[in-house]
Design a binder for this molecule. Structure first.
Ligand code: SAM
Ligand code: SF4
Length: 331
C-alpha cells in the first residue's frame, strides 16, 4: 500500500485501472473494428508476467479496482492464471472483466474461482442474424449460453452492455431490457464513440441515451435513481422490477470527465490518460528497461498523471478524432 495515492493534475484521485490483455478478438464488431484488422505481433504485447507486475505496481499506488478487457480478454492464453495472480494482490478491492461472452461456457466458473468478482458481457442483439451482422463472426447461441453460465458461476454480479445503433439494434432495446429483467441482470446502453476508422460513417446510426430512454419508457415505467457505481453510467430503475437497473453511458450527450477516476493500459503497455486523447506513456519500455526496480516506473507514472486531460473532446457528429481502435484502447 502507499501513502501517496495517484492524484492527477486536476485533483482527481485515480483508483481504477482498465487493462487490455490483448488486442485480438474472435469477433469483428462493426463499431469497434474494421473487417480486415491487423493485430500486433506477439512480442509487442505485454507478457503475462509484465501485466501482473504492472497490476501489482498500480495496486501498490492505491488502485482499488482493475478491469481486464481487450480485444477479447478470454482469447488470451493464460488469462485465468493472470486473474488469479491479480485478484490475490493485497489492497485490491475488486478484479472485474468485460467480455463478449463467447468463451464463458468454458471459462465462467474458472474465472469466478480465480477471484474475478463481476463480469460485463456485451450483447447487442437477440436475433441471430443481426447478431452475426453486428459482430461479423459471432454466434448468438454461444453467447446466450455464456450468459447463462456466468449467471450460474457465482459472480457478485453479471451485467450486460449494449452499443445502440439506429438501423441495427435500436428497435430491440425494449426486448433487451426484457431479457435482462427476466434474469435479474443490470443492463447498460452505450452511445457509440468515434474510435478508429471502421469503414462506415457513425453519425447516421448514432442513437443518444435520451432516445434509448424514450424507447424503454414505451414498455416500462422508469424511476430516476441517484445511484452511482463510480463509473460513467447514470442509472434508472424499472417500476415493479427491483432486480434490474438500466444504465446509460453517454460520452456524447452527458460529459462525465470531471469525476474521471481511471486510466487505461493498452495491450502493448501504453498508459492512456484519457480514452479521448492520443497522449500516453510507454510503460512497456520502462518495464523492459527496469526489470527489477519499480522506482523509475513510479516516477514516470506520477509525472504522467499531472498531464491527464481535463476532458475528452469527441465531436457529436461521430467524426473520428482518435485514430486508435476501441480494441486497442481497452474499452
Ligand atoms: N471484447 C470485450 C467486449 O466486447 O465486451 C471487451 C472489449 S470491448 C472493446 C469493451 C466494450 O467497448 C464493449 O462493451 C463494446 O461494446 C464497447 N465498444 C467497442 N467499441 C465501441 C465504440 N466505438 N463505442 C462505444 N462502445 C464501444
Ligand atoms: Fe471484439 Fe469486443 Fe471489439 Fe466486439 S467490441 S470486436 S467483441 S473487442
Amino acid at each position: 500500500m502507499t501513502d501517496t495515492p495517484l492524484i492527477d493534475g486536476l485533483g482527481r484521485r485515480i483508483d481504477y485501472l482498465r487493462m487490455s490483455v490483448t488486442d485480438r478478438c474472435d469477433f469483428r464488431c462493426v463499431y469497434c473494428m474494421a473487417e480486415d484488422m491487423v493485430f500486433l505481433p506477439r512480442q509487442q504485447i505485454l507478457g503475462l508476467e509484465e501485466l501482473a507486475r504492472l497490476a501489482r505496481l498500480f495496486v501498490s499506488q492505491g488502485v482499488r479496482k482493475i478491469r481486464l478487457t481487450g480485444g477479447e480478454p478470454l482469447v488470451r492464453r493464460g488469462v485465468v492464471e493472470l486473474c488469479q495472480e491479480i485478484a490475490g494482490q493485497p489492497g485490491l478491492r475488486e478484479l472485474v472483466m468485460t467480455t463478449n461472452g463467447s468463451q464463458l461456457t468454458r471459462l465462467a466458473r474458472p474465472l469466478a474461482d480465480a477471484g474475478v468478482k463481476r463480469l460485463n458481457i456485451s450483447l447487442d442483439s437477440l436475433d441471430a442474424a443481426r447478431f452475426k451482422a453486428i459482430t461479423r463472426t459471432g454466434d448468438l447461441s454461444q453467447v446466450l449460453a455464456g450468459v447463462d453460465a456466468a449467471c450460474d458461476a457465482g459472480f457478485d454480479s453479471v451485467k450486460l452492455n449494449v452499443v445502440v445503433m439506429k438501423g441495427r439494434n435500436a428497435d430491440e432495446v425494449p426486448d433487451l431490457v426484457d431479457y435482462a429483467v427476466q434474469r435479474g441482470l443490470d443492463i447498460s446502453f452505450i452511445e457509440e464513440m468515434p474510435l478508429g476508422h471502421v469503414g462506415r460513417s457513425r453519425g447516421e446510426s448514432f442513437c443518444s441515451s435520451d432516445e434509448v430512454r424514450e424507447l424503454i419508457s414505451q414498455r416500462y415505467n422508469l424511476i430516476d435513481s441517484a445511484e452511482n457505481t463510480g463509473g460513467p453510467a447514470r442509472y434508472v430503475r424499472l417500476e415493479g422490477h427491483p432486480g434490474s437497473r438500466i444504465g446509460f453511458i453517454s460520452p456524447h450527450s452527458h460529459n462525465f470527465c470531471s469525476t474521471c477516476n481511471r486510466v487505461r493500459m493498452t495491450a502493448e503497455g501504453r498508459l492512456l490518460l484519457c480514452l479521448g486523447h492520443e497522449n500516453s506513456i510507454d510503460m512497456r519500455a520502462l518495464v523492459r528497461r527496469h526489470p527489477t526496480t519499480d522506482e523509475p516506473l513510479l516516477k514516470a507514472l506520477q509525472a504522467a498523471l499531472q498531464r491527464k486531460p481535463a476532458r475528452h473532446e469527441f465531436a457529436s457528429n461521430g467524426d473520428v478524432q482518435v485514430l486508435r481502435f476501441m480494441n486497442a484502447s481497452g474499452g
